[in-house]
Design a protein around this ligand. Structure first.
Ligand SMILES: [Zn+2]
Ligand SMILES: [Zn+2]
Length: 267
């Protein structure tokens, strides 16, 4: 069985010491592909470089995370545009609004989000959206577009919020928090969401699934999130893997992943 981790920051410094071992564990766990979002121009470039070293396994995105949008200006946007046009990136991301940590002023966050959404539309790329306590403002920015090709990453909202995202045509991606025993709302949404619109991710190095929440997260752990969602939905993990691989391929325009083919090196 193969899996797609649709949100893995494997280019980040937290993996500098043992990145190849982390990627080897991912492969051993069946993680055939990873989408690697940037959080600023530098980490977008690192994602592009890492993808060049691991073609067909790592697919990079370029974007500025809401935390890093202080003083976001035309030069910043120009840098993301250059990365996205000169290299094969699969999305603009991660972008969004974060009113929980508020590391950048809300006005800077909104300006950066709007400009990067417009860039994605201009380039015909999907968006990877980060939302913390900013659902209304994100919907206000996206609703006028009618249809949005994108994913609501690490979706932690309720069913009403999920329905709003789905109504735009977006995908919902579930991460480690869906495995936290106390969280019934997330579990309900993961059990209910349409099978053709869900994705799985780690958001590593953050959001390690239960029961190792204090540890650094890594792509191999996406199997734990997949197992939990399959259990919640009453389906086999193989069925969930097939569906979420196909959804990731559709959203990010990846080459099809043949689930029936034996993996290279598998006996
Ligand atoms: Zn995020
Ligand atoms: Zn992230």
């Amino acid at each position: 069985m193969q899996l797609t981790d649709t949100h893995a920051h494997v280019q980040m410094r937290q993996f500098d010491r043992d990145r190849e071992a982390v990627l080897a564990r991912a492969a051993a766990a069946g993680v055939a592909r990873m989408i690697c979002p940037g959080v600023d121009a530098a980490t977008s470039q690192l994602a592009i470089d890492l993808a060049a070293a691991h073609p067909a396994t790592i697919f990079p995105c370029a974007g500025v995370h809401p935390h890093d949008t202080t003083a976001f200006d035309d030069a910043t946007l120009g840098e993301i545009r250059r990365l996205a046009t000169e290299h094969q990136v699969v999305a603009i991301g991660e972008i969004g609004l974060d009113y929980f940590r508020n590391r950048a002023p809300a006005e800077d966050q909104k300006r950066a989000f709007g400009a990067q959404v417009a860039l994605a539309q201009e380039l015909g790329l999907p968006i990877v959206v980060h939302n913390r306590e900013a659902h209304a403002d994100i919907m206000a920015a996206l609703r006028p577009l009618g249809t949005v090709r994108g994913v609501w990453h690490c979706f932690v909202g309720d069913r009403a919020m999920a329905e709003e995202g789905l109504s735009l045509g977006m995908y919902l991606s579930f991460a480690g928090p869906v495995t936290y025993p106390a969280n019934t709302t997330r579990a309900e949404v993961a059990a209910w969401a349409p099978l053709d619109r869900i994705l799985i991710e780690t958001d590593c190095p953050y959001l390690t699934p239960h029961p190792n929440r204090r540890d650094r997260n890594e792509p191999a752990n996406v199997a734990k999130t997949a197992a939990r969602i399959a259990e919640l939905r009453g389906m086999t993990m193989a069925e969930l893997a097939t569906a979420t691989n196909a959804n990731a391929a559709a959203l990010f325009d990846l080459p099809p992943l043949d689930d029936s083919a034996p993996r290279k090196g598998a006996s």
